[in-house]
Design a protein around this ligand. Structure first.
Ligand code: PHE
Length: 329
């Protein structure tokens, strides 16, 4: 009997001193497990004289019940404590400022292309594309650029071999369009072009947007009208801009012109070349130049972007400096 009393006393002390459910379970196994101290008491009953067994068994059972009660109480207590501590440690501080999501932005060159496309598609132009690796026929010959023309020399053109090169302008796409469609048609072709040039206003890769319109009775006045509207539309919202048509020369247009725009420092900056499609170009693609006429233009995208955003060094478009790019959000 004394032994049983000691067991319950010791167990109670042990139960009260544990601080976690895991420790509590260890104590439970120590007393009530299959080899536990109290369980052994039952097993040892057979060693007692038969007349004492019933009494002792009763006491062991009572002790066991009491012990289970104490266990369950402590278990409930510990559960509550653990719950509270989880609630505390996992508390969400809703006063913390949220994490900012960093979104990118459209590159100013892409944005400029989209704006130009938007203007011309409203006038019924379809958007086409052409290959960046171009052959001599489309980049030069069919455009009436004779073999000795300076644009052909290594100085300007990145050649792969005698016939293949990185296109030096998007005008090759004019030829591809005329080879594949019957007039009347009107297309624009935005894209990358490549020239061996590098300074404040030239990078080896830049963007052009070619335009070509062919129909009966197309004349220079219509070309001038459309491009004039385009420039004023593109720069609307800015203070009055100054623009000039300047006679120019391209082998594939006759007559030819360029449009210059005055920048903030009062300097003229060329933004596009244009002209009436040269009869030799029509001949090279089998379009009857007696019946049809057309105009073409090639817009320098970076030039427009420089003027629109007040950028002085063309190279900054392609250095991918985030401090530069973030300004266009
Ligand atoms: N391809 C010319 C250039 O690269 C621009 C141009 C296009 C001129 C179409 C006339 C007609 O400068």
């Amino acid at each position: 009997m004394q032994y049983l009393k000691d067991i319950i006393t010791n167990a109670t002390i042990a139960i009260k001193s544990v601080n976690s459910l895991v420790e509590l379970d260890k104590v439970r196994i120590q007393y009530l497990g299959r080899k536990g101290e109290l369980t052994c008491c039952f097993q040892n009953l057979s060693l007692l004289p038969p007349e004492k067994r019933a009494d002792i068994a009763k006491t062991i059972n009572k002790t066991k019940e009491k012990m289970i009660q104490i266990f369950n109480l402590r278990k409930a207590e510990l559960k509550q404590i653990e719950l509270l501590s989880t609630l505390n440690s996992e508390k969400i501080d809703i006063t913390l400022p949220g994490k900012r999501i960093n979104t990118g932005s459209i590159h100013p060159v892409t944005h400029t292309i989209e704006r130009v496309e938007c203007f011309f598609t409203k006038l019924g132009f379809d958007i086409e594309s052409g290959p960046e690796i171009e052959d001599a026929f489309h980049n030069f010959d069919a455009l009436n650029i004779k073999p000795m023309h300076p644009a052909r020399t290594d100085q300007d053109t990145f050649f792969f071999n005698q016939n293949l090169m990185l296109r030096t302008h998007t005008s090759g796409a004019q030829i591809r369009i005329m080879e594949n469609s019957q007039p009347p048609f009107r297309y624009i072709v935005p894209g990358r072009v490549y020239r061996n040039d590098y300074d404040k206003t030239h990078t080896p890769m830049f963007h052009q947007l070619e335009g070509i319109l062919v129909n009966e009775n197309i004349n220079f006045l219509q070309l001038k009208g459309i491009l004039n509207d385009f420039v004023y539309d593109f720069f609307k919202g800015e203070e009055k801009i100054e623009l000039r048509f300047r006679p120019s020369y391209f082998p594939f247009t006759e007559p030819s012109a360029e449009i210059d725009i005055k920048n903030k420092n009062g300097e003229w900056l060329e933004i596009l070349g244009c002209g009436m499609v040269h009869p030799n170009v029509f001949h090279s693609v089998g379009i009857n130049s007696e019946k049809y006429s057309g105009f073409a233009f090639g817009i320098g995208i970076e030039r427009l972007a420089m003027l629109a955003y007040g950028i002085h060094d063309l190279r900054s478009f392609f250095e991918n400096d985030l401090r530069f790019l973030k300004q266009f959000k």
